[in-house]
Design a protein around this ligand. Sequence first.
Ligand code: AMP
Ligand code: GLY
Length: 424
Amino acid sequence: MKILVIGGGGREHALVWKIAQSPLVTKLYCAPGNPGTAALAENVPIAVDQLDQLLEFAQANTIDLTVVGPEQPLSLGIVDLFEANGLKIFGPSKDAAYIEGSKAFSKDLMQKYNVPTAAYGVFTDLVEAEAFIKRTGAPIVVKADGLAAGKGVIIAQTGDEALEAARDMLSGNAFGAAGSRVVIEEFLTGEEASFLVITDGRQIIPLASAQDHKAVFDGDQGPNTGGMGAYSPAPVVTADIHEKAMRQVLRPAIDGMAAEGRPYRGVLYAGLMVKDGQVKTLEFNARFGDPECQPLLMRMKSDIVPVLLAVANGDLTELELEWHDKAAVCVVMAAEGYPGDYRKGDAIEGLEKAAELDDLYVFHAGTAARDSLCVTNGGRVLGVTALGDTVKDAIEAAYRGVARITWPGVQYRSDIGRKALNRL
Ligand code: AMP
Ligand code: GLY
């Protein structure tokens, strides 16, 4: 089979790494890919939002299956376009990806189908938003309705801060059109978990549990990022929480999407808040999490290709996924300044030395090739991911890899996985 992976971040490097191990694959492409994927697949210089060019490439190269990594091409309708042209593709349609594309839609869906979530309001008018903020009190959470690369969520500690965030978004100054509508919601406390499933719209196969680290600094301090590290399994997801997440969140959301005429196929990612044995849903994403995908795929024992293909064919019946008993931890190494403006073009040292370590893989995210060098080219640069018999072993193994790699201004969290240790 010829497979095309769309995207060029750490998640897509992990997908390429996993797919490349399948005996079913004869040729693997990645568009646009990165220097990491170039070692395992043929990179194709087409950007993820160039849908017509991607279609032309898939047709000209008789691609048997396309796998979409990021949300943007999903929201632009890449799945609809490929399917209309008779091509198999893994991911939700444009209408189904709206579960991530609009937070207002997603919250209304949760309310309608009784999926537990924070109390909220949706506003386009600042005066009404202000009244809701006053009524609810702080801390309170203000979210841009549309896609904002994981940065459109402000946790406001005071009413004034919330009002300012809502004003910035509604005026179009922050996040442009994505902020012309805002969701304002109750602040939830507890421990977060990333709960991902693969579905054909009826059958649901849960992936192993995972936890992300959204804040940029140790101890969950500082602004939110796309994710500074992740691990799997996540002990916060006990058997009871798993059962509740499936019954109260994923099943009604997937059935609800079908009832709304937006049947959901692909990976559905529920961001959960767990507290006192209860789950609440923070958000849905229409794709694999990044960096959650990296530790999850390192732990996946089964060949992923039959599952991706079955979803593209609309029938997951009788498929299962097996997992390694080991734990996996991914530490993101980021460029100075991230998640704000960040440095680019610094030479990365030590990649070969890290590659000598067993049970460790360095996934590339924001890197570029320059002459014979590998240089930084994004906010999140690398995802150093390791397996271990326990979470503790995997943490130590990942940081042994991190210690071998450096560049000017490199930053990373030193506490990835600590919450899991606290629970053991
Ligand atoms: P979202 O993109 O909606 O998941 O928000 C990004 C991050 O903001 C989440 O992973 C949480 O860390 C935080 N967050 C979002 N909504 C809430 C909430 N209602 N209460 C507390 N934290 C939240
Ligand atoms: N790591 C969080 C996300 O992919 O949205």
